[in-house]
Write a protein that binds this ligand. Structure first.
Ligand code: ADP
Ligand code: MG
Length: 298
C-alpha cells in the first residue's frame, strides 16, 4: 500500500468540503476561526491491546476514536470544527481495513458536522495505534471548566452510568454536544467535565480543580448496572456538571427540550473528598477507584 494513494483514496474525501484542509494536498491545514471565538483542542490516542482488542470492526474503532474526542468538546461547550488523525499501522494492515475505518469516520462526520483537516500516516512494528485531535470553538472566555464548582452547588449527570461497562465496546458513546452547548449558552454550569474514567474518580478531578468536596447520594445515581460498576467502571462519556441549586427547574426544562435525562445526584461541599452515601447517610466505599490507563487490560 502506497501512503499517498491511501490518503488520496480514503482520507481526501473526508476533507473535501472543508476549505481549511486544502484537500490534504499541502504541508499543513489553514483554519479560519470566527471572530470572537476561541479554539478548544483535545486529543486522544488509543492502542490495540490496551484500549481495544484490535479485532473489532474498523468502522466502530474509528467512530469510538472520534466520539471520545467529541465528548471532550461537548464537556467544554464547544462546537466541533475539524479534526486531525494519526495512524500508526502495522505492516499487515489491509486496505480493506483502512477503507472500513474511513467509512466509519464518514458516517460520524455527517452526524456531528465536522471534517478531517489533516493528519499523518506511518507504519509501525508495534500494535495498531491511532490518535485523533479534535478542534472546536467557543465564544471567547466562555469555555466550561472543571474549576468553577462552588460549595452548595447541585451536581448533575446526563444519561445513565455503567451501560458501557456492561456492553464493552459494542455501545458507541453519544457525545453530549447539544447539552454542553446549552449549558454554556444558558450560563448554567459552574463546572463541567465528561465522565471517561468513572463518576467517582472524575468527580474527584472537579473537586481538586475547584478546591471543594462532593457528596453523591447513591440512590439517585441513574444506572442499570450495579452501583459499583456505575460509579467506577468508566467509558460512559456522559456529562457531569455542577450548577446553582436555584437552576433545578431550568435544568429539568433543558432535559425535556433535549430529550436527555439530567439527574441531580448530589451536591458540592465546602471540604472533603468525594463521598458516596446510602439512604441513611452512611458512606459507601468501593474496591476500585476508577479506570487507570496503565496496568489494565481491555
Ligand atoms: P508532510 O510530510 O509534509 O508532513 P505528509 O506527506 O505526511 O506531509 O502528508 C501529506 C498531507 O496528507 C498533509 O496535508 C497531511 O495532513 C495529510 N495526511 C497524511 N496522513 C493523513 C491521515 N491519516 N489523515 C488525514 N490527513 C492525512
Ligand atoms: Mg511537508
Amino acid at each position: 500500500m502506497d501512503e499517498f494513494d491511501l490518503i488520496h483514496r480514503h482520507f481526501v474525501p473526508l476533507a473535501e468540503g472543508f476549505p481549511g484542509s486544502l484537500n490534504l494536498r499541502d504541508d499543513a491545514a489553514l483554519v479560519d476561526i470566527p471572530a470572537g471565538q476561541q479554539l478548544v483542542i483535545t486529543k486522544d490516542a488509543i492502542t490495540a491491546g490496551v484500549h481495544f482488542l484490535g479485532d473489532e470492526d474498523a468502522a466502530l474503532i474509528a467512530k469510538k476514536l472520534l466520539r471520545v474526542n467529541l465528548s471532550d468538546l461537548a464537556a467544554k461547550g464547544a462546537q466541533p470544527l475539524c479534526y486531525f488523525l494519526a495512524l500508526m499501522l502495522p505492516e499487515t494492515t489491509s486496505e480493506t481495513w483502512v477503507a472500513r475505518f474511513a467509512s466509519g469516520l464518514a458516517e460520524d462526520q455527517k452526524i456531528f458536522s465536522l471534517a478531517l483537516a489533516g493528519g499523518d500516516t506511518t507504519a509501525t512494528r508495534g500494535p495498531l495505534a491511532l490518535s485523533l485531535t479534535a478542534l472546536g470553538t467557543v465564544p471567547t472566555g466562555r469555555m466550561l471548566l472543571r474549576s468553577g464548582a462552588r460549595a452548595g452547588d447541585a451536581l448533575y449527570v446526563s444519561g445513565q452510568l455503567g451501560d458501557a461497562a456492561l456492553s464493552h465496546w459494542r455501545l458507541l458513546p453519544q457525545p453530549r454536544l447539544a447539552l454542553g452547548r446549552a449549558l454554556l449558552e444558558q450560563n448554567l454550569a459552574h463546572a463541567c467535565m465528561d465522565i471517561s474514567d468513572g463518576l467517582v474518580q472524575d468527580l474527584g478531578h472537579i473537586c481538586t480543580a475547584s478546591g471543594v468536596g462532593a457528596a453523591i447520594e447513591a440512590g439517585r445515581v441513574p444506572c442499570k448496572a450495579d452501583l459499583e460498576t456505575a460509579l467506577t467502571a468508566g467509558d460512559d462519556y456522559e456529562l457531569l456538571f455542577s450548577a446553582s441549586p436555584d437552576a433545578d427547574e431550568t435544568i429539568a426544562a433543558l432535559a425535556a427540550e433535549l430529550g436527555t435525562p439530567l439527574t441531580r445526584i448530589g451536591a458540592i461541599t465546602a471540604e472533603g473528598n468525594v463521598t458516596v452515601r446510602d439512604a441513611s447517610g452512611d458512606p459507601i466505599t468501593f474496591k476500585r477507584g476508577g479506570y487507570r490507563h496503565f496496568g489494565q487490560k481491555p
